[in-house]
Each structure stands twice: as C-alpha cells, then as structure tokens.
Ligand binder design. Structure first.
Ligand code: ADP
Length: 442
C-alpha cells in the first residue's frame, strides 16, 4: 500500500510561500473587490436601477391594460427582455425560462420605484407588482452569447498557468537554498571538496560565496592539522625506536617495565596515525588478492578465545572467497574483537562472531554483550581520536584510533562498517565486503 505523507509538502518553504502569495492574492481580490462593489459600483448601479425602474414602468404602460401578449412579444424580440405576466385569472410569458413571480420574489432584494432587482440563475431578474397584476422581466441570452464552456476552460487554464508560473519562479528563486542545504549535508558528511554553485549576485549569491569561503578555510585548517599530526608522528618514530633499544640495555626493574609499556603505547598510536594516513593517501593502495577469509577468521578468533568473556564463532562456511587485502582485513577483525572484549565484563555472555553471505556482500558481525554505546556517541566513534566519555575515564587504554582505522580500511575495500548498539546491552559491529570486486580488482 502506498502511504502518502500529507504533512510533508506543507513543510516545504516553496509551498508555504506559495500559499502565502496565493492567499494574499485572494484576500486582495476579495478586499479590493468588495470595496469597489460597495463604494463605487453600488453608487453607479443605484442610478442605473432608477433608470431601469422608470423604463420598466413605461414598458408596462405600453403593454397596455389588460396587458397585450403580442406587444410584449414584440418587445422581447427587439430587446431580448423576457416578460412574464401573472394575474389571478390570466398568465402568459414570452419565454419559458422566465421564473414565476413567487420565484422572482425570492431572488430579488433591492427595490427602486416599485421594481425589485435581483439575480436568478446567473441572469438579472426584475419583478413589478401592480395591484392584481405581477410582471417578471429577465435578460435573455440568445444562443451563443452566454458564458460558454470554452471560456470557462480558458479561464481555468489561465489560473493554472499563473499559479504554476508563480510556483516555478519561487523554486528558481530559492534554488541556491537547496544547493546550500545539500552543501551543508555533504560537508558535514566529510566531503570538504564540495563547493556551492555561485550563479547569483543577490543575497543568496553572497551567502553561497561566504559559505564556500568558510568551507575552503575549514578545509585548509583541517589539512594543516592533519599534516602537522603526520609530521609529528613521523618524527616520533626514530626517537621511539632509539628509546626502545636503549630500554633493552637497562636492568630489569618496575620503572623500566612502566616506561617500556608507555613507549609501546606511543608506538601503537604513532603506527595507527601513520597507517590511517597511508590508506587515505593515493599511494596507500590495498594489496588485493582473491583470498579465503575463513581460516583467517578462525585464526583471529582462536587468538582471542581465551580472554574473558570468550568468543564464539558461528556459521563459518569452509571457504569464504573474497578479493581483499588479507593483512588489512586482519587488522579490522582484530580491532573489533579487541574492543568487543575490552568493553565487556568478565561476567558478560561471550562475544559472538557470525558470518552472513549473499550475492551482494559478505557480512561479518562481531556482537558483544558489554557496556554498549549511546546513540549520540555512535555517530562519532568512527572518527579519529574519538573516545566516549566512559572510555576516557576508564583504564581500558587506547586512543580512539582503532575504529577510525577500520573505517578507512573498509572504505578502501569499497565495503561498509556500521554499529547497532544499546547502552547496557551490548553492541553489534558489522563489516560488509562486496562479494564482487570488479572495480577494485582491475
Ligand atoms: P579505543 O582505542 O579507544 O578503543 P576505538 O576507535 O577502537 O578506540 O573506539 C572508539 C570508542 O568507541 C571507544 O573509546 C569506545 O568508547 C567505543 N567503542 C568501541 N567499540 C566498542 C564496543 N564494542 N562496546 C562499547 N564501546 C565501544
């Protein structure tokens, strides 16, 4: 069943503006129209009615007493004014469509010199009562002079044309707004290369220009920051190696162990940063080959199996042939499993690793029953250096680089990585590799 969201069109700016313009038009039309009608037309029509009443009274005199049908018919032929005469004894009319005096009374509400004026079925009707005699006059329209269907359609077409024109103009006017909102979406999704088209000189044009200037500046700032981070990490590698070598020569002590641990952590961080950058750069190509992922997955799971709360591997097919970089894939699986165990408690249920494969992709799921991640944090955990508040205060270690590296590796594979999590109940991380790697393999 198709469900239509009625609220939606009314949230659109164009529709709102269109409705405002449309209702302003109607209000103006009704307002100005009624003022014109009361102040201008009514005055003029009053004089006209006076003349008409005088004329009709003369006409009735001319028709004679008792009124003569033949004379009346002659008048109708000459002036297209239909006449109906009614008397308790007699009744005649010059055209059938003329209403009876009773009907006419209902539709006439203005009176001048004994003549009542009104409208009946779209035509003017006048009624006169003289003692026992009653006369009704209407304007007759000979064939072809009335309001034709053709003109009704022309009018309707005109209205539709004007309304569509207004709507199209509004859409054209607000096009930069659509471009800007697309720009904001793309840039917040990380595409800092996007520039909003600048084709106007109005306020929107200036806004687009300012927006592009801001994006360029942010891009420049981010690039500079990344460059600095990379340079520092690069420069740190040699002193770290020297420190490691020097530490080997120191006598075994608690201090030496602590410093070794710190140096190892720093090395992990520096390697993470550099690996991330390498995969992002054009030169950091993946080392792709057709590979059976099943033994690798088994191997990684075995490595972690004995750590509390343990790991369960289910639904592993004997062969899982994919075009991947085996070493990078190992990093992804290891990072996910490290996190799953790190953010579980020894009492939690074991971590589940599941494999699902279909025509489109092969999905590996790592599901833990640990602390979980709040909805707000889920949006950021794949960003470099992002750690949730609870992780920062814990002694779980890490620099918030693991998931960011996983994301970079998965993107390089044209794959996906996502998380479903509920605080207090655990998290499910899903990595999806495309089953066919046509573009990557070539
Ligand atoms: P870290 O080295 O801090 O673990 P990651 O990039 O691997 O860095 O993870 C980023 C953050 O995401 C972590 O600090 C943690 O708060 C959260 N996180 C990652 N995996 C899980 C998980 N399985 N359960 C709960 N929180 C997790």
């Amino acid at each position: 069943m198709i469900s239509v969201k009625w609220g939606r069109p009314f949230r659109s700016l164009y529709t709102k503006l269109f409705l405002i313009i449309f209702s302003t038009g109607i209000l103006l039309f009704v307002g100005v129209g009624s003022i014109y009608f009361h102040a201008v037309r009514e005055g003029g029509i009053g004089i006209w009615r006076e003349h008409a009443a005088l004329y009709l009274n003369h006409l009735i005199d001319e028709i004679g007493s008792p009124p003569n049908l033949a004379v009346a018919r002659q008048f109708t032929e000459q002036t297209n004014l239909g006449i109906r005469y009614q008397n308790p004894e007699r009744e005649w009319f010059t055209a059938e469509e003329i209403p009876t005096f009773k009907q006419a009374q209902k539709w006439t509400w203005r009176e001048r010199s004994g003549v009542r004026f009104g409208w009946w079925r779209g035509t003017m009707v006048m009624a006169v009562e003289r003692e026992q005699d009653a006369f009704v006059f209407i304007q007759l329209y000979p064939e072809g002079t009335g309001f034709e269907t053709f003109w009704a359609f022309v009018m309707l077409g005109g209205v539709v044309l004007i309304l569509s024109g207004t709507y199209a103009t509004l859409r054209w006017l607000f096009r930069p707004l659509r471009d800007l909102s697309r720009g904001v979406e793309l840039i917040s999704a990380g595409d800092l290369e996007y520039r909003v088209p600048e084709y106007r000189k109005d306020q929107f044009g200036r806004l687009s220009e300012a927006f592009n200037r801001m994006t360029r500046r942010i891009q420049h700032m981010i690039t500079a920051r990344e460059r600095l981070l990379l340079d520092v990490s690069h420069e740190l590698r040699s002193p770290l190696t020297r420190m490691k070598v020097a530490l080997e020569f120191l006598p075994d002590s608690e201090v030496r162990n602590n410093v070794t641990h710190d140096v190892d952590e720093m090395e992990t961080m520096v390697t993470g940063i550099l690996e991330n950058a390498r995969l992002h750069s054009e030169y950091g190509k993946l080392n792709l080959s057709e590979f059976n992922l099943a033994p690798l997955l088994q191997e990684v799971v075995t490595e972690f199996r004995d750590q509390p709360p343990g790991v369960h591997l289910t639904a592993l097919p004997p062969t899982l042939l994919l075009t991947v970089d085996a070493e990078q894939t190992r990093i992804v699986l290891k990072n996910l499993l490290t996190n799953a165990l790190k953010y579980s408690t020894p009492e939690s249920a074991p971590v589940d690793v599941r494999v699902q494969t279909d025509e489109q992709q092969t999905v590996i799921e790592v599901a833990d029953h640990g602390v979980g991640i709040t909805q707000d944090n889920q949006a950021f955990i794949f960003e470099p250096f992002y750690r949730t508040d609870s992780s920062r205060t814990k002694t779980t270690g890490g620099y918030g680089l693991g998931l960011s590296l996983c994301k970079t590796i998965m993107e390089a594979h044209q794959g996906t990585i996502s998380v479903i999590s509920e605080p207090g109940r655990g998290s499910v991380f899903r990595v999806g590799f495309p089953s066919k790697h046509d573009s990557l393999a070539s």
